[in-house]
Design a protein around this ligand. Structure first.
Ligand SMILES: Cc1cc2nc3c(=O)[nH]c(=O)nc-3n(C[C@H](O)[C@H](O)[C@H](O)COP(=O)(O)OP(=O)(O)OC[C@H]3O[C@@H](n4cnc5c(N)ncnc54)[C@H](O)[C@@H]3O)c2cc1C
Length: 377
């Protein structure tokens, strides 16, 4: 294959374009906003060995308790997502699926490490993560679920029921990473079209900016817009704030998650990133900004809001990644809460499919069986 189009320049599409270019393919990347647009709001935690399988009673119980606390909100879901969710409810992952996700996680982390060692401008570090629990019950449940996992230790923290430090968690400065990736793509002669792709056909044709592109393969990494092509993806919104804390409190050694609030804080040289919000729906999420910023003062001291940006977690019915090909189109999505953590592995698999290396994986491609041509608008 010598020519490909990638639709969507969020973190998944950026990695797709990057891997295709490294394979010597002539790539056109279509992104309606800036490169990284759909993804830069994220905290940038690169979390290994976890994935949020959601179609089971444990996740549903957790979701309901988050909803009772006002942390998770249901506004609307894709009806096809809901049907699939119900149909596949109660599934367990087979040992092969667990191994697959473990391998994908290892691949992704190795890629972030490689990039971080190659050039500090990729802004990847591995400071670990401190996860704090406000309630004894959730802390004990977490300790219970961690029995089989290595690389963590329990810590005390005033005002919290407990905390756990995970040494193997990394973090990227998402804004800087997207900028570094944009440079890489320009240097690799990737052509970038800043416009909305209007239609994708299964023969790979893409209608954009009043014209039609006819590459040999098209990878659609358009996040929640993949639902327009028959993939049962729903949207879970959230917000990222950047705060300037000059003269504020000493920075924490590690990023922090406050479990019950689904709140993440990550310290970078120029700003602190704070993310929150789990809103099922396709409209912009509206978290209670003032109370959140008041709460985070305990970690950052007095701080000035630089900006805020919202985005969506593309969520499949089981919460796992989706990578599948039909005719000349490959879909790469489903990163959900770990879209940054799994982007390299999702993109690698999508690119391998586009290059004709290997077949659809039954687990990853099961939501792409009804893939069809369609408009993305
Ligand atoms: C508050 C919050 C915090 C998060 N924190 C983390 C974290 O710490 N770690 C982690 O691993 N994950 C995190 N995530 C999840 C992660 O951000 C997402 O899973 C990830 O952004 C998904 O990437 P994507 O490229 O697949 O999709 P998106 O980011 O949605 O990107 C899709 C891109 O396609 C473009 N697009 C769509 N349609 C078209 C079209 N027709 N034409 C042209 N362009 C189009 C969009 O503009 C967008 O840029 C977080 C998510 C949220 C909401």
């Amino acid at each position: 294959m010598s020519q490909a189009v990638v639709v969507g320049g969020g973190i998944t599409g950026l990695f797709c374009a990057y891997y295709l270019a490294r394979e010597g393919v002539s790539v056109t990347l279509i992104e309606e906003g800036e490169l990284g647009e759909g993804s830069v709001h994220a905290a940038g935690l690169i979390e290994p060995t976890t994935f949020y399988q959601i179609n089971n009673s444990k996740y549903l119980r957790d979701a309901l308790s988050f909803a009772r606390r006002g942390v998770l909100r249901f506004k609307s879901v894709n009806p096809r997502w809901l049907l699939s969710y119900i149909r596949h409810f109660g599934e367990t992952l087979s040992p092969e699926d667990t191994e697959l996700l473990g391998n994908m996680s290892e691949y992704s982390i190795a890629e972030y490490r490689r990039l971080g060692e190659e050039d500090s401008a990729w802004c990847y570090t591995q400071p670990g993560l401190l996860e704090l629990y406000e309630e004894k019950r959730s802390f004990e449940a977490e300790l219970d679920s961690l029995r089989a996992r290595k690389g963590w230790r329990r810590v005390e923290r005033d005002g919290y029921a407990g905390g756990v430090i995970f040494e193997d968690v990394g973090v990227v400065n998402t804004e800087r990473f997207a900028q570094r990736m944009a440079k890489e793509l320009v240097d690799s002669r990737v052509r970038v079209i800043h416009a909305k792709a209007e239609r994708v056909n299964l023969d790979g044709e893409v209608e954009v900016a009043g014209g039609t592109l006819r590459p040999e393969r098209t990878i659609v990494a358009a996040g929640i817009a993949c639902r327009r092509l028959g993939v049962p993806i729903t949207a879970v919104g959230g917000v990222g704030f950047r705060l300037s804390v000059e003269g504020g409190r000493r920075r924490e050694e590690r990023p922090i998650i406050v479990y019950e609030r689904s709140l993440a804080l990550a310290w970078f040289d120029e700003w602190v990133k704070i993310t929150l919000g789990l809103e099922f729906g396709f409209s912009p999420p509206k978290p209670k900004t003032d109370s959140v910023l008041r709460y985070t003062q305990r970690f950052v001291g007095q701080a000035r809001l630089i900006d805020s940006k919202w985005g969506f977690r593309p969520c499949s019915p089981d919460g796992l990644p989706v990578v599948g090909a039909k005719d000349a189109v490959v879909v790469a999505t489903g990163g959900f809460r770990l879209g940054w953590s799994f982007a390299p592995a999702i993109a690698r698999r999508a690119v391998d499919l586009a290059l004709g290396r290997g077949n659809n994986h039954p687990r990853l491609s099961r939501y792409t069986r009804k893939l069809h041509s369609g408009t993305l608008t």
